[in-house]
Ligand binder design. Structure first.
Ligand SMILES: Nc1ncnc2c1ncn2[C@@H]1O[C@H](COP(=O)(O)OP(=O)(O)OP(=O)(O)O)[C@@H](O)[C@H]1O
Length: 399
């Protein structure tokens, strides 16, 4: 097995149409879509808008009536369908595992077809089980019926990744799971994708799922075409038309909170110092800063304690162990919604945020979150206004 996973390749759909015999309208109609390498692109839309048909044309489970699909620049019509499918992982709802095969045998299907030797397959199966968070010793010999829905889905993902394909197609993979397992698997997919950088086409009709996991979202409408193709924040703050707006539904502020990561907003820069800092020098800095407190960090800049002027009163030499231990820290990867929950339950108004290697990156308070949401909305209003002005100017110039 190569150490570096094979990263994604771009997929291009060029005027792709699928008309099923006897259908009143085509399932997919002249669809153009550029799916960048290494991104998660979500096909989002109501039932019957052609999401599954689009996806299944990519791995040629369904043949387009017309149009072309290029995978890594190569026209899929020229690739043998079996060969194509070995290079495209496919994950479906309820995993679709073979019940009479063990977990290991299910995962090993494609490597076996590719003629890998037994040892390489066994090593790969264990590696993949680890990757999707299942202990190999416990699960490799188990049968699917003994697994929970979430565990089955993890095995489904491991199976799709078995031969390290550059492309993954995921058709409502978490649709049958309870909300908690579903969230967990979404998080894990994002974590995996950080390392794997596959090109992932993901079908869902769940708006929140799309906003959370998509790098880009293609909002589809019947008959099989794309009405808006943009990044999640843009779809949320400037829906292309009434159809998209209605499909997204109400609650855009709450969705913005879910969509925005703590690391995306401007954090409060509370003064920080190490335990070695001179107590009286720090005291002077805190007085200058005006906030009345600072954060003490260790040598790796990891937050340890809050310190106030009273803790430093009369203290000579280094700060040492003075101050009150912090009761928690927020990760820069958390959504603002999760951060808000923590802030509401925190003992202090400000909570430190940690970035890579748990190093202090800034602080967050309720007021900071509120300002950030207001700023995102104001930016968007301004952008829309500019768009409208440009449109009316163009209309006036028109003969
Ligand atoms: N094999 C088929 N034969 C005839 N019509 C089909 C076939 N497969 C899909 N269709 C029709 O094509 C249209 C698009 O179906 P498709 O399954 O791609 O939609 P979808 O957006 O994935 O819907 P869902 O969310 O319900 O899965 C629908 O009108 C469907 O009835």
């Amino acid at each position: 097995m190569a150490d570096q996973p094979t990263s994604g390749v771009p997929i291009e759909l060029r005027k792709v149409t699928k008309a099923f015999p006897g259908g009143r309208e085509p399932a997919v109609h002249e669809l153009d879509l550029d799916i960048p390498a290494g991104e998660i692109v979500v096909l989002l839309g109501p039932s019957g808008c052609g999401k599954t048909t689009t996806m299944r044309m990519i791995n040629r489970l369904i043949e387009p009536t017309s149009g072309d699909i290029l995978i890594g620049g190569q026209n899929s019509r020229g690739i043998d369908p079996d060969r194509l499918r070995r290079h495209i992982g496919y994950v479906i709802q309820q995993a679709g595992l073979f019940p009479h095969m063990t977990v290991a045998a299910n995962i090993a299907q494609v490597p076996k077809m590719l003629g890998w030797d037994k040892r390489r397959i066994a090593e790969r199966v264990d590696e993949l089980l680890e990757l999707v968070g299942l202990d190999p010793a416990t699960y490799r010999g188990t049968y699917p019926r003994r697994l929970s829905g979430g565990q089955q889905q993890r095995v489904g993902v491991a199976r799709a990744l078995a031969a390290d394909p550059p492309v993954l197609l995921m058709d409502e993979p978490f649709g049958a799971l309870d909300p908690i397992s579903r969230e967990r698997l979404q998080d894990e997919l994002l974590r995996l994708q950080d390392d794997l950088a596959k090109t992932i086409v993901f079908v869902t009709h769940d708006v929140d799922e799309a906003l959370k996991i998509g790098d880009h979202i293609a909002v589809m409408q019947r008959p099989g075409h794309v009405v808006q193709y943009a990044r999640p924040a843009e779809i949320l703050t400037s829906p292309a038309n009434d159809y998209v707006e209605q499909f997204l539904g109400a609650g855009s502020s709450m969705r913005l909170l879910r969509l925005t990561k703590v690391g995306d907003i401007e954090l409060d820069q509370v003064l920080y110092a190490s335990e070695d800092a001179d107590a009286q020098e720090l005291r002077a800095k805190i007085e200058d800063d005006g906030r009345g407190y600072a954060l003490i960090t260790d040598g790796m800049r990891r937050p340890l304690r809050w310190i106030g002027l009273d803790h430093l009163e009369g203290r000579e030499g280094p700060v040492g162990s003075a101050g009150d231990p912090i009761t928690g820290a927020l990760s820069h990867r958390m959504t603002l919604q999760d951060a808000l929950e923590e802030l509401l339950n925190a003992d202090t108004d400000n909570v430190p945020v940690v970035g890579r290697r748990q190093a202090y990156a800034g602080s967050l308070s309720l007021a900071t979150v509120q300002n950030a949401i207001a700023a995102i909305k104001a930016r968007e209003r301004e952008r829309r206004l500019r768009g409208v002005t440009a449109e009316s100017a163009a209309a006036q110039e028109a003969p």
